[in-house]
Design a protein around this ligand. Structure first.
Ligand code: NDP
Length: 288
């Protein structure tokens, strides 16, 4: 049976260290890191994510400012708010919770955020920095996944990593981070042929597909480390529950280690957002 990678415990440890660092920033530099969280519309999942992020900020001593805008907000109005936040020196990080309503272009919003305050790591300058190995602010989900892999496996050099999914927010940055760590990386997607065989070659298998229990147990190479990024809400036996992109019960029989859903990648994503906010604040004050 696989080792279950406890993302919740890992995230708590990371957050405890960050809380110490924040205390030190406050006492030695009178600096309280501050993040502005912008939510446009009433998407229920987004509301939960924003609530969880704000709660974590409070626990750690990061100041959070919430901006809740109506579903009818225009792109111009949102860009004006971002411009104000970019120019507000007391704000170190800006997060616009995605998805935004359809009248707003995500890319225009992401690239309007100052790259120095882009704690999600989605701005094209941060994407470019990651792709040439000069990491600035790195997307939180892949960063948290990498931290768990390094903790579990140590040096990743020479391992074959298969990333299923090629989105800009998970699959591509994950592949880049694994490449930087000397893995041999395969990126699979919806047009990949013989996906089961590709997955079976993986020493490290990262699933970021968005389909419940899509990766079958017998696609997992015995002993492989499996990172399940998926968060899918399903109805089962009359109950609503969250499951990942991996068929956990079957994969657990073959994997060496595996992240559960919930309690794996999710908590690490939020912890890495806190990490990025502290990093942004330090950089803006010449402290790193
Ligand atoms: P996207 O929908 O943007 O991307 C999904 C990817 O999966 C695409 O590249 C797509 O391929 C690929 N895919 C879809 N169907 C198949 C298939 N049949 N075979 C192979 N590949 C396929 O999703 P995200 O990357 O944004 O998110 C992925 C999952 O991770 C979701 O469940 C999401 O909720 C979760 N998530 C979790 C986070 C966390 O904190 N734990 C944070 C962010 C996301 P193609 O490009 O060819 O269409």
């Amino acid at each position: 049976m696989a080792t279950i990678i406890d993302g919740k415990a890992f995230a708590n440890t990371l957050c405890e260290k960050l809380a110490q660092e924040i205390k030190q920033l406050q006492t030695e530099h009178s600096l309280t890191p501050c993040i502005a969280v912008v939510l446009v519309g009433e998407d229920p999942a987004s509301q939960v994510y924003v609530r969880n992020k704000v709660k974590r900020c409070e626990e750690l001593g990061i100041e959070s400012r919430e901006y809740r805008l109506s579903n009818a907000t225009s792109q111009t109005e949102l860009l004006e708010l971002i411009n104000d936040l970019n120019n507000d020196a007391s704000v170190n990080g800006i997060l616009v919770q995605l998805p935004v309503p359809e009248q707003i272009d995500d890319a225009a919003v992401i690239n309007a955020i100052s790259s120095a305050k882009d704690v999600d790591g989605f701005h094209i300058e941060n994407v470019g920095a990651l792709s040439i190995g000069e990491n600035q602010l790195v997307p939180c989900t892949p960063l948290g996944s990498l931290m768990m892999l390094q903790d579990q496996l140590g040096d990743l050099s020479g391992m074959h990593a298969v990333v299923v999914g090629r989105s800009n927010i998970v699959g591509k940055p994950m592949a880049n981070l694994l490449l930087q760590n000397n893995c041999t990386v395969t990126i699979a997607h919806s047009k990949t042929r013989n996906l089961d065989e590709v997955c079976r070659q993986a020493d490290i298998l990262v699933a970021a597909v968005g389909r419940p229990r899509f990766i079958q147990g017998d696609w997992v190479k015995p002993g492989a480390t499996v990172i399940d990024v998926g968060i899918n809400r399903i109805e089962e036996a009359g109950k609503s529950r969250l499951v990942g992109d991996v068929d956990f019960a079957a994969a657990e029989e073959r994997a060496g280690a595996i992240t559960p859903v919930p309690g794996g990648v999710g908590p690490m994503t939020i912890a890495c957002l806190m990490h990025n906010t502290v990093r942004a604040a330090k950089q803006q004050h010449g402290l790193m």
